[in-house]
Design a protein around this ligand. Structure first.
Ligand code: PLP
Length: 393
């Protein structure tokens, strides 16, 4: 693959594995084994069976008729919101739990911000009967209380991270500390295309089922497996990478990645990483991140907890730098309005994350026969309180 990872774990200038010495054995074990394991026929059969019977795949590709009329092109929604647990995150969690089993691991750890990845991880651990510990910032535990309850109900132990800003990056530090202390029996399930190599490549491969299905479904709908545009929101970038993956080498397909501008890119309350960030190292890989002049990570802001991340995965940093994909941003207000419009025009309440991708339709100019696919990464049930507060229902 032209835009894939090279043998050293890099995408152009980005990627690699910038890890403390003490994590080397864990990451090295993964690096040596991941491709052999996930390319094994038995692994693939088990992965695909669970995606079908447990997750409910293939997720539909829905031709949104009223949107198509409004925007003057054929708008398709890839319905990851219909997956078990309500988002694309389960695809990766299933892949990684099967990998962990084959590595002989007896214990799973994960970090979570909004709780969606924590819920997906707790779910697959219950499915496999494996012990699960999820680290979560104390502030996030308060903000996302229903997801904390879900994880507990599923049998996971939720450990509050009480240092720093008590949010996602502190939870990540706690999870890494745990992994250093338990290198032999524990696998760390990272929830996006971030972290040291091989995580970004591994997670992208597990999420690539999204574009694999989309190609077949587009062929059925339109007679052509290639659309003109593919769009997705970007936090760390896993739903976008899954949505882009099998279109990357088809240069005619325009890829649009939508970041969270929060209260505006210049407001000081934003998570628009490609606008505000510079090259540096975050969570084990060289990428683009929001940082101060002396390299301290800047606390990001978005109304959407899933997009509230100060970096992007290294493959995104590469696609941005070489201009293979276009990186744009959408504010809180624009996303919430798009969420309301989607609810009332298509009967689908989207996650606020996904609403960012949909909101960008307003700024696009299409030709009448353009085919446009948007990844609807998750459902909006978890966001009802936020929507209701905003619209004053
Ligand atoms: C977590 C999440 C995201 C953002 O994560 P990516 O890795 O960028 O996909 C987007 N949408 C939903 C519904 C999520 O739960």
């Amino acid at each position: 693959m032209k835009y894939g990872v090279n043998g050293q774990g890099y995408y152009g200038d980005f990627g690699g594995a910038y890890i403390p010495e003490m994590l080397y054995p864990n990451v090295e074990e993964l690096r040596q084994q991941y491709l052999t394991i996930i390319n094994d026929d038995e692994f693939k059969a088990e992965f695909n069976q669970l995606l079908k019977d447990y997750v409910g795949r293939p997720s539909p590709l829905y031709h949104a008729k009223r949107y198509s009329e409004k925007y003057g092109a054929n708008i398709f929604l890839k319905r990851e919101d219909l997956n078990h647990t309500g988002s694309h995150k389960i695809n990766n969690a299933i892949g990684q739990i099967l990998l962990a089993k084959r590595l002989g691991k007896k214990r799973i750890i994960a970090e979570t911000g909004a709780g969606q990845h924590g819920v997906a991880t707790a779910t697959v651990c219950a499915l496999m009967g494996i012990e699960c510990v999820v680290y979560m910032g104390e502030v996030d535990m308060e903000r996302q209380a229903p997801n904390v309850s879900r994880m507990k109900m599923l049998g996971a132990k939720v450990v509050p991270a009480t240092s720093g800003s008590k949010t996602l990056k502190d939870a990540t530090n706690e999870a890494l500390r745990d992994w250093i202390g338990n290198p032999v029996d524990t696998h760390y399930i990272i929830g996006s295309v971030v972290g040291p190599y091989p995580y970004p490549d591994m997670v992208a491969r597990f999420q690539s089922i999204i574009s694999e299905e989309t190609k077949k479904q587009l062929l059925e709908h339109t007679g052509n497996e290639l659309p003109q545009y593919v769009m997705a929101c970007v936090g760390g970038g896993s739903n976008a990478m899954g949505m882009f993956y099998h279109f990357l080498d088809d240069e005619s397909v325009k890829l649009v990645a939508v970041e969270a501008a929060g209260k505006g890119v210049d407001s000081g309350h934003s998570a628009a990483t490609t606008f505000l960030g510079r090259e540096g190292v975050l969570h084990g890989s060289r990428t683009i991140l929001m940082q101060t002049d002396d390299g301290q990570v800047v606390e990001p802001y978005s109304i959407s907890a899933g997009l509230d991340y100060p970096g992007i995965g290294p493959q995104h940093a590469h696609l941005f730098k070489i201009n293979r994909a276009q990186y744009v941003s959408v504010t809180d207000d624009e996303a919430l309005q798009a969420g309301l419009l989607c609810s009332q025009m298509e009967g689908i309440i989207p996650a606020i994350e996904s609403a960012h991708a949909i909101a960008y339709l307003e700024k696009m100019k299409f030709k009448p026969n353009d085919n446009v696919v948007i990844c609807l990464s998750g459902r909006g049930d978890k966001d009802l309180d936020t929507y209701i507060k905003y619209f004053g229902y």
